[in-house]
Design a protein around this ligand. Structure first.
Ligand SMILES: C[S@@+](CC[C@H](N)C(=O)[O-])C[C@H]1O[C@@H](n2cnc3c(N)ncnc32)[C@H](O)[C@@H]1O
Ligand code: SF4
Length: 423
């Protein structure tokens, strides 16, 4: 185990993404789509459009297209959601996130069409008690009219990306830089119109980002006082560049942000990326149920991912098709399906919940049908004896020492990588 761990910590790319390359799952590729037999499910709706493309971003996105293409995109999205929902009538919806890209860069009419459709759909669907739909936005693609549309549709959480306040970095990366006044205005518009939770995303590990930048970012959070803050470590998995920082530097940046957010009154355990003034883990109910409770999710739109109890599917667009090619197909559903053995389902669960700084032994047992402490005896003995993890209330958490190489720890449960290394 020591040898495997030493090899894993040398890899830059190991983090909460799994698998890093879909080729790792080639042997599990299926001709048929994965089935969703489970009652409880979350929906994710991907709007892949942005006003400009930030160079640091690793999500699937396209420059906002001409109106006719955007109209078609929303038409297909609504058709796909209708079709899936009609064949899965008895579901209990645990969460619904509209993400991107930038959903609020849709034309007003298209945002209205999509949100009205969702409002009607949700009103006819059983929703869980903690159901809390959410939408992503930027400070430049939102206005009071759009906020009113969002509130009217039942969405009470908006997430904005701030990333960093380093002006030079933002300029170099084609990322517009909102003034503090603009951000304050947007937050007060949200409050005035009844948005209960605003989340702000901050990034760390960025090129030339230094302590001064982190201090300024925290000062901005102290002024804006969003209900939630999410930290994103800069990932380069699908960007063709190397990471800029060592694992130790990344740890130090995270640790500074973590301590500062706690000082500001946010709650969050060490190793977690999300912070909140409430006891909601700083997550939308879609992400919370996906990460903490291993609830299945169905993704709609270009490149969206879905996971059921039997496998994972990627929608059209992951393999670099143009927007026009995707739209021509008339549906974004299911380009690539993988029916997975329980070890791979477990790895996927660990990768997803690692983002939240913990994974649960009961869920592991549910996936494996066996006691995970027996199945992964060697891994647990090694990680516990080296004080890289600890177990509390059936959850596994990272210690401070372990968090430096959290990607390597998670990867010890990823069969595709450990098998390679053990050869
Ligand atoms: C879907 S994205 C963006 C939402 C919105 N378009 C924005 O820019 O604010 C959600 C978050 O992912 C993070 N992100 C983008 N690129 C990243 C990367 N390469 N590594 C880690 N996080 C990234 C950013 O913090 C961003 O706010
Ligand atoms: S960070 Fe947001 S705005 Fe920038 S390219 Fe990515 S999704 Fe678009």
């Amino acid at each position: 185990m020591q040898k495997t761990y030493k090899k894993l910590i040398k890899s830059d790319k190991l983090n909460t993404s799994y698998p890093i390359r879909r080729e790792d799952w080639l042997k599990f590729k299926s001709e048929r789509d994965i089935k969703f037999d489970e009652k409880e499910i979350c929906y994710y709706i991907h709007i892949p459009f942005c006003k400009s493309k930030c160079k640091f971003c690793e999500y699937v996105k396209y420059l906002k297209p001409e109106k006719s293409l955007e109209d078609k995109y929303v038409d297909i999205l609504i058709k796909d959601i209708k079709r899936f929902s009609e064949t899965h009538k008895n579901i209990v919806l645990k969460g619904l996130d509209i993400g991107g890209g930038t959903p609020t860069c849709l034309e007003y009419g298209n945002l209205e069409r999509l949100l009205n459709f969702l409002k009607d759909f949700i009103s006819k669907t059983t929703t869980a008690e903690d159901f809390e739909p959410s939408i992503e936005s930027t400070f430049f693609t939102i206005d009071e009219e759009k906020i009113k549309l969002i509130v009217n549709s039942g969405i009470k959480r908006i997430s904005f990306g701030l990333q960093t306040v380093n002006k030079k970095f933002l300029k170099r990366n084609s990322r517009p830089n909102p003034t503090l006044e603009r951000m304050k205005d947007v937050l007060s518009m949200c409050k005035k119109n009844g948005i209960a939770k605003v989340n702000i995303d901050l990034m760390y590990g960025l090129e030339k980002q230094n302590k001064k930048d982190l201090i300024s970012a925290i000062k901005t959070i102290a002024i804006l006082k969003p209900q939630q803050v999410t930290l994103y470590e800069f990932r380069t998995n699908i960007l063709n560049i190397n990471e800029f920082k060592s694992k130790k530097q990344l740890f130090n940046e995270y640790y500074y942000l973590y301590k500062s957010l706690l000082k500001l009154g946010y709650k969050g355990i060490f190793g977690q990326n999300t912070f909140s003034i409430y006891d909601d883990l700083g997550l939308s109910s879609y992400i919370r149920n996906r990460m903490i409770n291993n609830i299945s999710y169905k993704g709609f739109g270009i490149s969206a991912q879905s996971k059921s109890r039997e496998g994972v599917t990627y929608n059209i667009g992951k393999s670099g098709k143009t927007l026009e090619e995707c739209i021509e197909k008339g549906s974004f559903d299911f380009e690539d399906s993988y029916i997975l053995p329980k070890e791979e389902m477990l790895a996927k669960y660990i990768a997803i919940s690692g983002y939240c700084g913990r994974f649960n032994l009961m869920i592991m047992e549910d996936i494996l049908g066996e006691n995970p402490l027996d199945v992964y005896k060697e891994q647990f003995e090694f990680l516990l004896s080296k004080k890289l993890i600890y177990i509390k209330d059936n959850f596994i958490f990272f210690t401070k020492k372990g968090f430096v190489h959290y990607g390597a720890i998670l990867s010890m449960f990823y069969p595709s990588y450990t098998n390679d290394f053990d050869k």
